[in-house]
Design a protein around this ligand. Structure first.
Ligand code: FAD
Length: 304
């Protein structure tokens, strides 16, 4: 059995495992991929001390940092369940493999929220996408929509406006939640329209690719159509915590409730990063919370 098993290979999980390994305690890391959401992004300009880097580069650096230590890294594995096994925690992967550890650090991150409207799944990767940085260039010169007027939606729209022909941002509410500075930037762009109080009801297509979308104007109740070839869905993140129901306390958003040391409702389980109640979902924050959870777990282990 490991002293500590880290679940998740994003910035939080990698930071946690480097910190526990540096304490000289046996550390395992199980993850379906190393880098997490960092792999889905391109330009990163707020990873402090590095004025500019790119997702794949940072993900490779995370992987390399892991290999500087004796960490048993198990990639390509998804954890399906966690149970008590005497004094240990038993972790079972989707393939049925089992791992045991005295303590766990959960750092499973988050993923994009879906609209759950007709056409969204059907046209996924045929015009419907969640990753502007990955897929923006595919829509060079074309008309696209961005669903969501929060920070991620507005950032996506600003990025896309430089690549695609025209961007329409659809916001469900009658106000935008994005930071003022981002909204100002968005409104200054000549090829961007903003539609407020718009509830997207369907993604339209010709069977092969997206041709448009339908939305309800929530003020007039009218159904309207927008001709676009791309739909970028940017309506928030969902924590990857489905398998944790009944294992640790989750809040109403299904985030793992953590204290200042990364501790959860189970004294042998710590957690870090986007999967937790930590309000700011950022790389530096995730790394910091990974370090916190590792030190929290180490402190707890020497007190028993
Ligand atoms: P994640 O990065 O989500 O990593 C979670 C890990 O857990 C992954 O390895 C995943 O494979 C694994 N996992 C999940 N479930 C399981 C399971 N059941 N079993 C095993 N493994 C599992 N932040 C910034 O600071 N600056 C930016 O410029 C920036 N741009 C972004 C752009 C995009 C497009 C996206 C999507 C995010 C961006 N972020 C940015 C946010 C940043 O990427 C996240 O805050 C950060 O990656 C969170 O780290 P994490 O380790 O908590 O989770």
């Amino acid at each position: 059995a490991f002293d500590v098993l880290v679940v998740g290979g994003g910035p939080a999980g990698v930071a946690a495992s480097v910190y526990t390994a540096r304490k000289g305690i046996s550390t395992g890391l199980v993850a379906d991929r190393i880098g997490g959401q960092v792999l889905d992004t391109m330009a990163i300009e707020n990873f402090i001390s590095m004025p500019y880097t790119e997702g794949p580069k940072l993900a490779a650096a995370l992987d390399q940092h892991l290999h500087e230590y004796e960490i048993d890294v198990m990639k390509g594995q998804s954890v399906a369940s966690i149970e008590d096994d005497g004094d240990l925690k038993k972790v079972t992967t989707e393939t049925g493999a089992t791992l045991r550890a005295k303590q766990l650090i959960l750092a499973t991150g988050a993923r994009w929220r879906r609209m759950n409207v007709p056409g969204e799944e059907e046209y996924r990767n045929k015009g419907v996408t969640f990753c502007p940085h990955c897929d923006g260039p595919l829509f060079k010169g074309k008309k696209v929509a961005v669903i969501g007027g929060g920070n991620s939606g507005v950032e996506a729209a600003i990025d896309l406006a430089g690549v695609v022909g025209h961007v329409t941002v659809l916001e469900f509410l009658d106000t935008m939640r994005a930071d003022e500075v981002l909204q100002r930037k968005l409104k200054s762009l000549p090829n961007v329209d903003i539609v407020m109080s718009a509830a997207t009801t369907e993604v339209l297509g010709d069977g092969k690719a997206v041709t448009g979308l339908e939305y309800t104007d929530r003020e007039s109740g009218e159904t309207k159509k927008l001709d676009v070839e791309g739909v970028f869905v940017q309506i928030g993140l969902l924590p990857n915590t489905e398998f944790l129901d009944g294992v640790v306390e989750l809040n109403e958003r299904k985030e793992i409730v953590v204290d200042a040391r990364g501790g959860t409702s189970d004294p042998a389980i710590f957690a870090a990063g986007d999967a937790t109640t930590e309000p700011y979902k950022q790389i530096v924050v995730a790394e910091g919370s990974g370090a916190t959870a590792a030190l929290g777990a180490f402190d707890a282990s020497i007190r028993v």
